[in-house]
Every structure is written in C-alpha cells, then in structure tokens.
Ligand binder design. Sequence first.
Ligand SMILES: C[S@@+](CC[C@H](N)C(=O)[O-])C[C@H]1O[C@@H](n2cnc3c(N)ncnc32)[C@H](O)[C@@H]1O
Length: 273
Amino acid sequence: MADILFLSDSEFEAYRKLIYTESGIHFTQTNRSILEGRLKECLRQSGMQTVKDYLDKISGNKDEMKMFLDAITTNLTRFFRNQPHFDAMEYFVLPEIIALKKPAGDFSVRIWSAGCSTGEEPYTIAMLLSEKLPINFKFEIVASDLSLKCLITAKEGFYDKTRVVGIPDSYLKKYFDQNESGYRVKDVLKARIRFDYHNLKNASPWKNFDIVFCRNVLIYFDEAAQTAVVNHFWDSMTAKSFLYIGHSESLFGMNTKFEFVKTKWTTLYKKWL
Ligand SMILES: C[S@@+](CC[C@H](N)C(=O)[O-])C[C@H]1O[C@@H](n2cnc3c(N)ncnc32)[C@H](O)[C@@H]1O
C-alpha cells in the first residue's frame, strides 16, 4: 500500500497542475507531503487502487473534483481571529462607512467573508455588527467557501465548547444556546448570513460589498492566482470599500488598484474611487 501512495515526480506534477488550474491552490515541493497525506485519505475513502486511477476519476467528474478540492483544503479558523482586525472595524472602518452612507440616505452594509471555512469568521462579524452598527442600519453577510463540508458545519452553526473560546461571555450568552455538548448559534444571528459555495478562482457572482474579508486564504495561492482573486474582489466592491487579508499576507508588489491603509490597530486595504 505504501508504494502506491507515494507520488512519483510526474504524478505530483499532474496533481499539482490540476489543483492549481481548478482552485488556484499552489502546492510546491515544500508542502508536497501535505498533499500526499491528504491524497492518501482520498484514495482510502474512494477505494481506488492507484493515484493514476484516482486522477482519472476526479478529472472527468465535476462532483468528484469538488470533493477532492474539499479534501485538500486547510480550514483552520477561530472566533475573533486576530482581534486587531475587529478593533479596526469597530473604530475605523464602520465609522468611515457610516459617515459616507448616512448623508446619502443609505443605511445598509454588505460584507463578504470569502474563504469562511466553518463559519467562525462570518459569525464573529455578525455579532460585532449587531452590536456596533447604529440601530437604523441593516447589514447582510455573504459567506463562501470551496469546502462543502465546512459550509455544512457553518450553516449548522454548532460548535464544541473548545471552539467558542475567544467569544466574549456577553456575546456567547446573547447569540448562542448552550447544551451539554456545545453551543448553537441562535437563528437571529444565522439569519444575517447567507452561506454559499464559491470557488475564488472564478469571477464573483456577487456585487456591491462595502467590506470584504479574505483572511488566511491567499497564502495558499501563488502570486498570479492571488492577483486574479484580489482583482475579482475589486469588481465586487462598492466605489468606497475595504478589504481585509490575513495579517501574514500582503498585496505588496501586486498589480492591483487597492490602496494600503495603516490604522492604529492593523493594516488593511481600500478601494477609493
Ligand atoms: C485557513 S481557512 C481561513 C478561514 C478564515 N478566513 C479565517 O481567517 O479564519 C482557508 C479557507 O479558504 C478556503 N479556500 C481555499 N481555496 C479556496 C478557493 N479557491 N475558493 C474558495 N475558498 C477557498 C478553504 O476551503 C478554507 O476553508
């Protein structure tokens, strides 16, 4: 069994190319072992004997391809991940957006959590906006991912007690129902979020976002794919809007029109036409 799971260089190249074309996710020699480990699990689950058979199977079938891409993604996330991002949202981004919209009589804010994984990021945003937006403002959040498994968890909104650390007690009490095995997001919060499948490799079907969060996703792409994704965001955002990327990610040197913004809390980007 061990022999057939170890990719030859040409097999690795074939998988690497296919994954890149389908998703923008970029495997290199450095993270080759991660791909091999995940592929091993895919083979086991599908009952396929060789990596070549499995490659043929996923190449010719869209649903199999979706399941494969799901299996190779890294979905690590948590509530209130990188608190300075949310401080900047409360004290810088929201006041800017409110000041722009109020005089125009526009009292709605649209946010996209792109690469939302199991939902912790969009639920964090929803809690914060519920608390911090003026009462006469409405908001809606679109949360998308390539991983169907993650989207199921996100929609269900049920989290083990080890996963709710980081949520302030007052928010936990207000927005979750507790039972013996964990915490369930209340319907009132769920109703603010639309979870949907979207592969960031493709142009976005959605428009008019005031804030886009795409944190800890670009890190898996090479620069060409990152540029394409970020330029898709540009097309989906309002004339004056904000983009968050992960704190270890950067648009530096990339061919985009986003402007760098340095706040007291964190750095982010803006589209300012
Ligand atoms: C590490 S998680 C980040 C989750 C969250 N944004 C955060 O910062 O906590 C990265 C997510 O990006 C998703 N992802 C990777 N490539 C993608 C693609 N091409 N299209 C959509 N989602 C993708 C993965 O499925 C995964 O759930």
